[in-house]
Design a protein around this ligand. Structure first.
Ligand code: ATP
Ligand code: MG
Length: 413
């Protein structure tokens, strides 16, 4: 039962709105764990900066976010959405916190207040249950007894509710550590490893469905990304370029500010069209892109390349064709989609929010310049022969001279 005594009950005014962010990967230990936590916090702070002033702290192996003085607590909802995009965060709960120590009667009063307030926002809620966790083992009540006591207090304060322990519409979570924490939502986060913890890489970003997904997947393993886009204006339109930049902005929700190196590939492409046997054009073009990307990565001190290739998806992605492109890069090429079918990739594209942009109709250079019957199983020596009349070094250098750097951020959306 709730107590109405002034000492033994809590008020909403005494509570602080906070975000509780749980962090993975549970297998990390010791020093690694510490670095992991620091990076997640840094990345979260950077992501919240444009929104308002927030205090971000680590406590009990979780990250706590609270609005600083002058920042509207209502912004915590948007802060939660941003926190969910931070790699390394497993889940996020908007919560109310009462500074401890507290008595059982205080917890009951807080539970009742919390649910009353929730009912005002969601008046049609009919059932609930309470789940409790007790970090402080010296507290006089066990977790099940805290839950039972809170359940009774909620029922007394909200007679329109009933308890349903199997399929409740709302679960009220009560956590007792040094403070009292109440929440009812556990929103899934992006998981993975924090950006920057695995190094840096260059994503070959086209306007298709695959490469944004590939970038997302490698970023989720802790790679900080830059991107390169090869455009062949005027054969490809300005809209094709805008589409790629928009994809970069959409991706930057997860990757943070994303520098995009826009390479003018037209002079090189025209020379290839002239001097390369048509059935070898795709392979030679892809080898040139990889060479340029590799050199750009060297300049920018990026340790790997990332592409959206998937084995067997198109003629340029057979085992033989991939082997032909692999050998021209000094850097490792990550192809995280290599074993995924298109449906699985599309599902991820939808989840991360790039799909709708990817299916806009603007054409890519790969679709304009391909031969109708490209060589499907080229050997490396065939590719080398097809490049015989080309001055590769000069072509690469020309591309590297024609780069425009555009940095994209979620602000562009
Ligand atoms: P996507 O859907 O990512 O465009 P795709 O299935 O259309 O891929 P390709 O167009 O053959 O396949 O490209 C394979 C990969 O090569 C892409 O995923 C991307 O990483 C890279 N790539 C292709 N075209 C470009 C480009 N114009 N600029 C930068 N990277 C590109
Ligand atoms: Mg493509």
């Amino acid at each position: 039962m709730t107590s109405d005594g002034p000492i033994d009950s809590l008020s909403l005014e005494q509570a602080t709105s906070v975000l509780l962010c749980r962090i993975g990967e549970i297998t990390l230990k010791g020093q690694n764990r510490r670095q992991f936590e620091i990076r997640v916090m840094q990345n979260l702070r950077a992501r919240l900066r444009g929104l308002g002033a927030f205090q971000v702290d680590l406590r009990d192996s979780r990250i706590w976010v609270r609005p600083r003085e002058g920042t509207d607590p209502e912004l915590l909802g948007r802060a939660a959405e941003r926190a969910r995009t931070i790699f390394g965060i497993v889940s996020v709960s908007p919560a109310l916190k009462w500074a401890g120590p507290v008595t059982p009667a205080m917890i009951e009063s807080a539970a009742a207040l919390y649910m009353r307030q929730l009912l005002e926002r969601r008046p049609r809620t009919a059932s609930f249950k309470v789940e409790s966790r007790r970090g402080d083992k010296t507290f006089p009540l066990t977790s099940p007894r805290i839950s039972a006591a809170c359940g009774a207090a909620v029922l007394a304060a909200c007679p329109e509710l009933r308890v349903d322990v199997h399929r409740p519409e709302v679960t009220l979570y009560v956590e007792l550590r040094s403070d009292l924490i109440l929440y009812h939502e556990i929103l899934p986060g992006s998981r993975g490893l924090p950006l920057g913890s695995s190094g840096r890489a260059l994503l070959l970003l086209s306007g298709g469905i695959d490469s944004p997904v590939a970038g997302y997947m490698m970023a989720s393993r802790g790679l900080r990304l830059e991107a390169v886009y090869f455009h062949t204006s005027p054969f490809t339109s300005d809209q094709a370029r805008e589409k790629v930049l928009r994809l970069a902005a959409e991706l930057s929700i997860y990757t943070g500010h994303l520098p995009v190196h826009v390479v003018d590939f037209t002079p090189a492409q025209l020379e290839l069209n002239e001097k390369v046997p048509p059935e070898m054009l795709t392979v030679v073009m892809r080898r040139l892109m990889i060479r340029v990307a590799d050199r750009l990565a060297e300049r920018r001190e990026l340790g790997a390349l990332v592409t959206g290739e998937s084995l067997g998806q198109v003629a340029s992605q057979t085992l033989a064709a991939l082997a032909c492109t692999d050998v021209v890069s000094e850097r490792i090429i990550f192809r995280p989609l290599i074993g995924l079918d298109k449906d699985a990739t599309i599902e991820i594209a939808r989840e991360i929010g790039t799909f709708e942009t990817s299916i806009l109709p603007y054409e890519d250079c790969c679709t304009i310049f391909v031969h109708r019957h490209p060589r499907v199983h080229p050997e490396i020596r065939h590719a080398e022969e097809a490049e015989r009349d080309l001055d590769i070094e000069t072509l690469v250098a020309t591309c590297l001279e024609q780069i425009e750097l555009v940095t994209m951020s979620p602000d562009a959306l």
